[in-house]
Design a binder for this molecule. Structure first.
Ligand SMILES: Nc1ncnc2c1ncn2[C@@H]1O[C@H](COP(=O)(O)OP(=O)(O)OP(=O)(O)O)[C@@H](O)[C@H]1O
Length: 493
C-alpha cells in the first residue's frame, strides 16, 4: 500500500459521493493485498444487519445488488464482529464452519482475511479478502485498518453533505419517524395495535415475546422497546439462538471461568451479564437447544447466573426480549420447546402483522427505503412508475419488509436513471397474487374508490382536507386517485 498510498488517499479525499468512495476503498484494499476477491461489509445504523456494499473481484470493482447480507448464519463473520479480532488463514479448507460469504468458484479459496473495521472505537464493518494462493497478510492489517478509518471519516462527511444538499426534504407525515411509532414506519391499524402494546410494556421489567413471520421487524421492535425504556443508556445485546452450536451458545450466554474447558484461558462474562441493567434480545428462541432452555428458565426465575466452571453466582437485572417466527405452541407439542419457558417468556406477547396485512404502510415503507437508498448512493430520489407500483402491490412478499427493502435497493441499482420501471422489480411470478386474490383485490379497490370519491366530494375536492380526514398523506391520496383512475368530474359538484 505504501507506494499506492498517495494515489488512494488522494482518491479518498476527492470522492464526491459514497459510490466513488466505496469503489476507491475496495480498489485500495485489492491493490494492497493482491487478493482475487475483496468484499466490504458495513453494519447498518442499528448495528444489527451487515450489508455487502461492494466487491472487487479480479480487479473488477462493482457495487453489489444483493445489499443485505444475513450474517447470522456465518459464525465466522459474527466472531470477528463480536470479538473484534481479525481472522487470517492460508488454509480456508481447514475451517469446519460453512463459509457462505465467499462466492463458489472452480478453484478452492486458500487464503482468507476477515478484518473488523473500526470507526471511532466502534466496529462498523468488515473487510474480507480472499485468494486462491497462499498470502502473507499479517503485516497488512494495520495499514488497511488505518485506511478504512479515514474512509469512515470521509463517509460520514459525504452523508452529512448529502443531507444538507437535499434539505429541506419535506417528508410525508407517515414516513416521519414519530415518537408514538417508536421509530418504526407504518400507521396501519395493525401497526397501531403493536405501538399500543409497546407503550404498555415499555416501562415494566416484563419479558416480551415478539412473534411474526420472517422480516416483519421483530428485532426492530425489540430495539425500540429498549431505546424508549429507562434502560436505554445500558446495553442492548443481541444473540441469535439458531446460529451457534449448543456448547458455544451456552458459553456465550452464561459465560465461563478460566479453565472451565480446554481453551478457556480467561474468564468470559457472557451475554447475560454483559446486558446487566439493559436488554438481552434472544432472536430465534424457538431454535434454542432444549438443554439451554432449562438453564435460561432458571436464570429468568432466579435473576442470577452461574458461569460454566464457576461455583459463584452473579445477580443480574436483565430484561429479556425473545423473538421467533415459529409457532411455539406447535413446538411444545412436538417436544422441541419447554412449556414452562414458553409461559415465562410469553408473559407479554406482541405479534407483528405480515406486510400484506398492513394496508397503506407499504407506500410509506417504499418512500422511506427509496429515500434512504438514494441518499446513500448519492443519487437523485427515484421516481416510481405506475407499472412498477402495480407490480409491487400485486406481490405477496413472503419475506415481508426485509424483502421489500431488498427489492427496492436492487431496483434502484438496476435502473439507469431515477425512473423505476416494472422490469427493475425482480419478483418471483409464482408469488404474484392469484386470480382469486385479484377478485378480492378488485372488491377492495371498488370499496376504496367509492370511499375516496365520497370523501373528496365532502371536501369539495380539497386534497389536503380529504387526506387529513382519511388519515393518510396528501401524496398517498394523489397516488390513490391516479391508481384508481378517479377523474375530477366524479367529485366536483
Ligand atoms: N416498521 C418498519 N419500519 C422500517 N423498517 C422496518 C420496519 N420493519 C422492519 N424494517 C426493516 O426490515 C428489515 C427486517 O427487520 P427485522 O430484522 O427486525 O425483522 P425480523 O422479523 O427480526 O426478521 P427475522 O425473522 O428474519 O429475524 C430490517 O432492515 C428492518 O430495519
Amino acid at each position: 500500500m505504501d507506494k499506492l498510498a498517495a494515489k488512494y488517499y488522494a482518491s479518498l479525499i476527492e470522492a464526491s459521493n459514497v459510490h466513488s468512495l466505496v469503489v476507491c476503498a475496495l480498489s485500495a484494499a485489492a491493490c494492497a493485498t493482491s487478493a482475487s476477491l475483496v468484499q466490504l461489509y458495513l453494519l447498518d445504523q442499528d448495528k444489527t444487519r451487515l450489508n455487502l456494499y461492494g466487491q472487487c473481484k479480479d480487479e473488477h470493482t462493482c457495487l453489489t445488488q444483493d445489499i443485505s447480507y444475513d450474517y447470522y448464519h456465518d459464525a465466522l463473520l459474527q466472531y470477528c464482529l463480536t470479538q473484534n479480532k481479525p481472522i487470517i488463514t492460508n488454509d480456508v479448507s481447514s475451517f469446519s464452519l460453512e463459509i457462505n460469504f465467499l462466492p463458489q468458484e472452480n478453484k478452492s479459496w486458500r487464503s482468507l482475511l476477515v478484518l473488523p473495521l473500526l470507526n471511532r472505537q466502534q466496529i462498523d464493518g468488515l473487510l474480507v479478502c480472499a485468494s486462491f494462493e497462499a498470502m502473507d497478510w499479517d503485516n497488512k492489517t494495520a495499514l488497511l485498518q488505518d485506511f478504512y478509518r479515514l474512509t469512515f471519516i470521509q463517509y460520514t462527511r459525504l452523508i452529512a453533505l448529502q443531507v444538507k444538499d437535499t434539505a429541506p426534504i419535506k417528508r410525508d407525515k407517515e414516513s416521519v419517524v414519530t415518537k408514538e411509532h417508536y421509530g418504526l414506519i407504518g400507521s396501519s391499524p395493525a401497526m397501531k395495535s403493536v405501538y399500543s402494546l409497546m407503550s404498555k410494556v415499555l416501562h415494566t421489567p416484563f419479558t416480551v415475546l415478539v412473534t411474526g413471520e420472517t422480516g416483519t421487524g421483530k428485532e426492530l421492535v425489540a430495539k425500540a422497546i429498549h431505546h424508549y425504556s429507562i434502560r436505554k443508556n445500558k446495553a442492548f445485546v443481541v444473540q441469535n439462538c439458531a446460529s451457534m452450536p449448543e456448547t458455544l451458545l451456552e458459553s456465550e450466554l452464561f459465560g465461563y471461568s478460566k479453565g472451565a474447558f480446554t481453551g478457556a484461558d480467561k474468564d468470559h462474562l457472557g451475554l447475560l451479564r454483559e446486558a446487566d441493567g439493559g436488554t438481552l434480545f434472544l432472536d430465534e428462541i424457538g431454535d434454542m437447544p432444549i438443554v439451554l432452555q432449562a438453564k435460561l428458565l432458571r436464570v429468568l426465575q432466579e435473576g442470577e447466573v452461574r458461569p460454566l466452571g464457576s461455583n459463584k453466582t452473579f445477580k443480574i437485572d436483565v430484561r429479556v426480549i425473545a423473538a421467533t417466527h415459529r409457532n411455539l405452541l406447535d413446538e411444545i407439542k412436538k417436544g422441541n420447546f419447554r412449556e414452562d419457558l414458553y409461559y415465562r417468556l410469553a408473559k407479554f406477547p406482541i405479534e407483528l402483522p405480515p406486510l400484506r396485512d398492513r394496508g397503506d404502510d407499504i407506500l410509506a415503507l417504499v418512500d422511506f427505503f427509496i429515500d434512504n437508498t438514494c441518499q446513500f448512493l448519492g443519487r437523485k430520489k427515484s421516481i416510481i412508475s405506475q407499472c412498477f407500483m402495480d407490480k409491487l402491490l400485486s406481490y405477496s412478499f413472503p419475506g415481508n419488509i426485509r424483502e421489500l427493502k431488498g427489492l427496492l435497493e436492487r431496483a434502484i441499482l438496476l435502473a439507469d436513471d431515477e425512473q423505476l420501471e416494472a422490469q427493475h422489480l425482480h419478483v418471483s411470478p409464482d408469488r404474484q397474487l392469484t386470480t382469486k386474490d385479484n377478485s378480492l383485490k378488485d372488491s377492495v379497490a371498488d370499496y376504496e374508490r367509492e370511499h375516496l370519491v365520497k370523501s373528496l366530494r365532502d371536501h369539495q375536492g380539497n386534497q389536503t382536507k380529504t387526506a387529513k380526514q382519511l388519515g393518510i398523506s396528501r401524496r398517498t391520496l394523489v397516488y390513490k386517485i391516479q391508481r384508481l383512475n378517479i377523474s375530477k368530474e366524479e367529485f366536483s359538484n
